[in-house]
Design a protein around this ligand. Structure first.
Ligand code: PGA
Length: 253
């Protein structure tokens, strides 16, 4: 089944007020494209200003705390993100799993807290190079999913899984079409096992060095319902061709 594609940008720790003009340009350029949803996951400091600047564009966060409120210095809750105008958040990005030692259980709690508060979720999974080279990529990602998928997802369009091989993030070297196809099929199977037919309507995004030059090929693959884009989402010049490729793939069915 062809789902509307989702192309989400992950700005990571990039962006100050001057960069809102890129957000505005991305929103303006993608407004007319059918069958593709565009979202930008921005630093916390830009969320509210971006929402004000481009009311029609989905603005997201890059992480959320699992608690509703409390003594959690430096964190933001799902309700706070909603209050700032965010409509979605990434959870479980490998940079957080590694640098902040986030466990699958914590990622699951974050996803459940976000969904319960009405925030869409992009849940990231992905293997290291050592695991890929040892032949354990599919098993590792499947184990991550089993331990981090939320118990329920409500509307499947509000929940996405992003397959992001760690070795492909920020390296310029995306996974091969064969490897993406194999992994996304396994992710789909796990989603259907977890959620029944609704698992067929969860979007599976690929992430890791997506750029204009590889996006057409990636979006043509079965079970690739969009992309999570880091570096190439920071400017309209790099991001728009990827969004256009997703729109073209969605139109082609
Ligand atoms: P990249 O990052 O597109 O810069 O490789 C992707 C991500 O980390 O989400």
């Amino acid at each position: 089944m062809a789902l509307n594609k989702l192309v989400a940008g992950n700005w990571k720790m990039h962006g100050v007020a001057a960069d809102l003009e890129q957000v505005e340009a991305i929103a303006a350029a993608s407004r007319s494209l059918a069958a593709v949803e565009v979202a930008l996951c921005l630093p916390l400091t830009l969320i509210e200003r971006a929402v004000r600047a481009v009311p029609g564009l989905a603005i997201g966060a890059q992480d959320v705390h699992f608690a509703e409120k409390g003594a959690h210095t430096g964190n933001a809750s799902a309700a706070m993100l909603r209050d700032a105008g965010a409509s979605l958040t990434i959870v479980g990005h490998s940079e957080r799993r590694q640098a902040h030692r986030e466990s699958d259980a914590e990622v699951k709690a974050k996803a459940e807290a976000a969904l319960a508060a009405g925030l869409g979720v992009i849940l990231c999974v992905g293997e290291s190079l050592a695991v890929r080279e040892a032949g354990g990529a599919v098993d590792t990602v499947d184990a991550q999913l089993q331990a981090s998928l939320p118990a329920g997802i409500g509307d499947p369009m509000d929940f996405s899984v992003a397959y992001e091989p760690i070795w492909a993030i920020g390296t310029g070297k995306a996974a091969s079409p064969d490897d993406i196809g194999e992994m996304h099929a396994a992710v789909r199977q796990r989603l259907v096992t977890a959620y029944g037919d609704a698992g067929n309507r969860v979007r599976i995004l690929y992430g890791g060095s997506v750029k204009a030059s590889n996006s057409v090929e990636i979006f043509a693959l079965a079970n690739v319902d969009g992309a999570l884009v880091g570096g190439a989402s920071l400017s309209v010049a790099d991001f728009l061709p990827i969004v256009e490729a997703a729109a073209a793939a969605a139109a082609a069915g």
